[in-house]
Design a protein around this ligand. Structure first.
Ligand code: R5P
Length: 263
């Protein structure tokens, strides 16, 4: 692996092979989503417990103080919105020069396998990877499902993750699912999981994080299930215990309860 790519990736995925990333890029197609209306306010208390921030350049420039030494994964695809016809209709929205200017540790792009825009998003991914490799910037492929959350099964996610890795993505963001191990085993690059829309209980969040890591994921890149939780700091600290300290599920549950009381 080229030194620049390796160095940037190692800022995100720590020496223990794990990472707790915080996703706050949702505004790029959802606008001011609940609890992310004022990104600066949402991010500030979570920053000390975050290994890398996944966000757009607009939020980075306007809502994150440049003195922070935090690795950033810049969203590089978009051009769609929740009000539009089709969420899969994305293009590349960030140049690699801009990513360098903003000191990005990686750039992220969504692919939509099995949709009308499958080809377009895979060509976008390939182009971004070509540019990223030239500049030493790793690309994170996001196996997006848009509104079709039911697509998240091992067969579909294995297909999506493997295609992303075959095209050259240095790491992949996907979803947890039953038989997640199959997804991990058939993908030759590190995987992190999203949380998706807010789950019923916070134990459900801990469970998917714990199971994903146990079955071989490199960690999480969660958004809504952290910053929409009752106590976001308690949640991210507990996710760190799962990711970096190999906490069991019951230990994580107890820790979350204790941290909640610390308010
Ligand atoms: C899509 O909205 C974004 O790429 C998010 O970063 C991703 O879905 C992860 O966030 P969440 O855990 O809220 O699903």
């Amino acid at each position: 692996m080229d030194w620049g790519i390796k160095n940037r990736l190692s800022r995100i995925i720590k020496p223990d092979g794990h990472t707790v990333m915080l996703a706050i890029d949702h505004g790029y197609f959802l606008g001011p989503v609940s609890r992310l209306e004022d990104p600066a306010k949402t991010i500030k208390p979570l920053l000390p417990y975050t290994d890398a921030l996944m966000l757009t350049r607009g939020v980075l420039r306007n809502c994150v103080d440049a003195v922070n030494d935090i690795p950033v994964v810049l969203r590089a695809s978009g051009g769609n919105s929740i009000a539009g016809k089709d969420l899969s209709d994305e293009g590349i929205t960030l140049s690699m020069k801009e990513a360098v200017r903003l000191n990005a540790s990686a750039v992220a792009l969504s692919i939509y396998i099995g949709t009308d825009h499958e080809h377009q998003t895979l060509i976008n991914l390939s182009r971004l990877i070509d540019e990223g490799e030239e500049y030493g910037i790793p690309v994170l492929a996001v196996t997006a499902v848009g509104k079709e959350l039911e697509k998240r099964d091992a067969r579909y996610l294995s297909l999506s993750c493997r295609i992303a890795a075959e095209l050259g993505a240095r790491f992949v963001k996907t979803y947890y699912c039953d038989d997640f191990e199959k997804v991990v085993k058939s993908c030759p690059v590190p995987l992190v999981i999203a949380g998706g829309p807010k789950l019923k209980t916070e134990t459900d969040v801990l469970r998917i994080a714990y199971e994903a890591v146990r079955q071989g994921a490199s960690g999480v890149d969660m958004g809504r299930n952290v910053w929409q939780s009752q106590n976001p700091v308690a949640m991210i600290k507990t996710l760190r215990a799962i990711g970096h300290e190999k906490a069991s599920l019951s230990k994580a549950q107890k820790l979350l309860e204790e941290l909640r009381k610390e308010r």
